[in-house]
Design a protein around this ligand. Structure first.
Ligand SMILES: C[S@@+](CC[C@H](N)C(=O)[O-])C[C@H]1O[C@@H](n2cnc3c(N)ncnc32)[C@H](O)[C@@H]1O
Length: 260
């Protein structure tokens, strides 16, 4: 199933997972008291990771796979003078994100597939971020090469990595979602081939998978506003993911690369 169809079918239920409508759709960095705090902690940690390794503030940022727009205010907080460009294949998510961030200046959402990133060349963006979306993207090597051709100086990606693709084949609730997933090694090689230097890679698996999976099991099924069958599938699928992460088949990582 392609990401557009997947999100068309699941986005209402995903939204219902987060009672305060945080505007995020990532798994969160745990432990935290509630989901939105964990999701905010994840975005905040990715931006701090970037700032620790990248010394200059970007002029223009592209956020690949920008979701419901919850991340925008964090980008604004850390880079107040940068323009922000969110890319998303989902028209509905773009509408929600645009409305949620209408008061934040220099904010533009682009309804497009990441594969068409070349269309944004004239923006002269110097930083690319993607938070928990790159596992969806096909042909990430082409994306990384395009970023380099567009003179994007820094690339920061938070992603679910598939370290041993052959070991997820037996898991029908996990394999289709992660079929385009990359290993840490795939990232290392592709950054190098495109002319980027990988300055940092951090494994945060122990703070993500189990916390998110536990959260799903704590949701009160009776009062769940989304589709109950989907909640059940999310629970089983994400518990399998947590188990696969414990076996080092999957990992959750941040990467930061720069064109030096
Ligand atoms: C798990 S969500 C993460 C959203 C957001 N970064 C966050 O942390 O809340 C993945 C996002 O990637 C988007 N996406 C998936 N495939 C895409 C593609 N090929 N091009 C652009 N966006 C895509 C989805 O619509 C969704 O918004």
């Amino acid at each position: 199933m392609d990401p557009r169809t997947y999100y068309d079918l699941t986005e209402d239920s995903y939204r219902a997972l987060c009672p305060v409508r945080s505007g995020h759709m990532n798994m969160g960095l745990w432990p935290q008291k509630h989901l939105s705090a964990a999701q905010e902690a994840l975005v905040e940690s990715v931006l701090k990771f970037h700032k620790a390794l990248s010394k200059t503030e970007p002029n223009a940022v592209i956020d690949g796979g920008s979701g419901w727009g919850g991340s925008r205010r964090f980008f604004f907080h850390h880079f107040p003078s940068s323009s922000y460009h969110g890319i998303n294949v989902s028209q509905r998510q773009i509408a929600v994100a645009s409305e949620a961030n209408v008061r934040i200046p220099n904010t533009t959402y682009h309804h497009m597939d990441i594969r068409d990133i070349h269309a944004l060349e004239s923006l002269r963006a110097d930083a690319f971020f993607s938070i928990e979306a790159a596992f969806h993207f096909e042909k990430k090597e082409d994306l990384i090469k395009s970023l380099r051709q567009m003179a994007v100086r820094s690339v920061t990606i938070a992603d679910i990595c598939v370290e041993k693709p052959e070991d997820i084949a037996k898991f029908p609730l996990v394999q289709p979602a992660l079929r385009n997933g990359w290993s840490t090694r795939d990232y290392e090689l592709s950054f190098r081939d495109a002319g980027y230097t990988l300055l940092g890679s951090e494994n945060v698996s122990s703070q993500v998978f189990n916390g998110w999976s536990d959260h799903l099991f704590q949701i009160d099924t009776k009062n769940f506003a989304g589709r109950k069958r989907l909640l059940e599938q999310f629970r089983l699928g994400f518990r399998q993911m947590a188990e696969l992460a414990d076996q080092h088949v999957l990992s959750y990582r941040w990467f930061h690369a720069e064109a030096l």
